[in-house]
Ligand binder design. Structure first.
Ligand SMILES: Cc1cc2nc3c(=O)[nH]c(=O)nc-3n(C[C@H](O)[C@H](O)[C@H](O)COP(=O)(O)O)c2cc1C
Ligand code: SF4
Length: 462
């Protein structure tokens, strides 16, 4: 979404000129991963040659036909045994959400709606766009199987229809391939997510699909009870659904052959190292971070989990593994699997201030924390970054971070506060330098991606 077409194209990749396969959203990499063709080998989700999009025939040749169960609810037990959690950021157990939707549908005698969330509104992430580009059928299989499990009569694939890389055209083509062979039992509608940070939040998504602005709504009711136009609604991240499609085929035991006992399976990560180019890799949960960021210097910092995530000194990050149990000890979370390490010539403090300003502008401004807290935190961080902080600026930021946390209709203020707090701790030495009028950054080229044009009025979310 944020890269010019083909910027990330890997040399020698297998592309078909003129078919639209010559501009993948980014590079899918499998370097350093175990060898293929065993039960535990990766990638599971991405095509094995890394670059060629899997069309219907290649998809079915590799994965087989859709394993419909012909019984509502049947898959939920397998998902529970597999221990699959959502890959959209919050790591919520998938079987619990499906059960909630199934129960609500039974109680209210109303057929549910299932939605694949491919909005990927986090600017630093590329994993969903890459998955949807390279393996759209796996996500669409998961959507069908989730629809069957909860008895849904409507299925929606919600994505940023990336016009430059034309992911939308790729997805329309995939849906048409399925219609041609009668693969789907529930018709799939493709819906466009506005290019805003909040548009992927589940209540914002439901509001937008119902014809309103893509801004979060207040709970209760939960969307699993009353979501799109009042129907019980299941929203799962696109990658989560791809895992559902594989668990339905291979079972929970197979799924657990990689990952940790507490956090099983694999996940897609977007890694941005010194050159800034994103690489998507599929890795087992519990993988040592040092294997993923091996070229990072001890004095660098690593951002884990994206713009709602946490900065950590690299020296601390390399002792951790990619799972919430390990990261929690350092106050971090896996989130949607984003790992960023700005090169030593950039000032991550200045870049963080720019991102916080972006996050403050992207808030829907309908709750106190976002209306009052985020703009103040953004202004204070700018003061700190330009070396003009007053005696109480940092104490103010800390106080506002505490005040906004847990007080919004969604987790946008919580995530922003976490990001800001971790920056002030990790970059404490740089903050002092800035106070003395110094800065370690020598390049002004931005490293942390910020989309062009931030929301100013409500129309921007519609
Ligand atoms: C501000 C904000 C933005 C979000 N953006 C996305 C997104 O772009 N894609 C996504 O899958 N989930 C996003 N989420 C999480 C969704 O609300 C929801 O929890 C998720 O889609 C559920 O899928 P999962 O359980 O499979 O992860 C966002 C949450 C917040 C608070
Ligand atoms: S917390 Fe912020 S972003 Fe979330 S709904 Fe309220 S105003 Fe909007």
């Amino acid at each position: 979404r944020h890269a010019p077409p083909g910027r990330d194209a890997a040399p020698g990749r297998d592309a078909a000129p003129g078919t639209g396969e010559d501009n993948p959203p980014m590079t899918a990499a499998t370097q350093g991963l175990p060898a293929e063709d065993t039960a535990t080998s990766l990638p599971r989700l991405l095509p094995r040659d890394g670059q060629r999009p899997e069309h219907w025939h290649a998809h079915t040749a590799r994965h087989g036909r859709l394993p419909y169960r012909d019984r509502r609810g049947d898959l939920i037990g397998d998902l529970s045994a597999a221990g699959l959690t959502g890959r959209g950021g919050a790591a919520f157990p998938v079987h619990r959400k499906l059960s909630a939707v199934l129960d609500a549908a039974g109680k209210r005698r109303r057929a549910p709606v299932v939605i694949a969330n491919g909005a990927e509104s986090e600017p630093a992430s590329e994993k969903d766009a890459t998955l949807l580009w390279l393996a759209p059928h796996l996500v669409l299989d998961g959507l069908q199987l989730a629809a069957e499990a909860v008895g849904a009569d409507q299925a929606i694939l919600y994505t940023h229809v990336d016009r430059r890389n034309d992911v939308g055209r790729r997805l329309r083509q995939a849906i048409a391939e399925r219609v041609a062979v009668g693969a789907d039992r529930v018709a799939v509608q493709l819906a466009e997510a506005p290019p805003r940070f909040l548009s992927g939040q589940e209540t914002a998504l439901v509001s937008h699909l119902a014809g309103g602005p893509a801004i979060p709504t207040f709970m209760p009711p939960r969307i699993t009870e009353r979501g799109l136009l009042g129907a019980p609604t299941l929203v799962q991240n696109a990658e989560t659904l791809a895992h559902v499609a594989l668990i339905a085929r291979h079972g929970p035991r197979w799924f657990r052959q990689v990952g940790t006992a507490a956090e099983p399976g694999s996940m897609l990560c977007t890694i941005r190292r010194a050159d800034g180019a994103p690489r998507v890799v599929e890795v087992p949960l519990g993988m040592p971070l040092k294997a993923l960021i091996s070229d990072v210097r001890a004095d660098q910092a690593v951002l884990i989990g994206g713009y709602h995530g946490s900065w950590l000194p690299a020296i601390e990050a390399v002792r951790l593994t990619l799972d919430n149990q390990s990261l929690a000890a350092a106050g971090a979370r896996v989130g949607a699997g984003i790992l960023l390490a700005p090169p030593p010539d950039r000032c991550a403090l200045i870049e963080t201030a720019a991102v916080v300003r972006y996050l403050a502008l992207e808030s829907a401004g309908q709750c106190g924390p976002c209306l009052n807290g985020l703009p103040r935190m953004a202004a204070a961080l700018t003061e700190i970054a330009v070396g003009r902080q007053r005696g109480q600026t940092q104490a103010d930021v800390e106080r506002w971070a505490g005040l906004v946390t847990g007080r919004g209709a969604c987790h946008h203020p919580d995530g922003t506060a976490r990001f800001v707090r971790s920056a002030l701790i990790t970059f404490a030495a740089e903050v002092s330098r800035h106070q003395r009028g110094q800065c370690t950054g020598t390049s002004k080229r931005p490293f942390l991606p910020i989309p062009h044009g931030s929301a100013r009025t409500e129309e921007d979310w519609v």
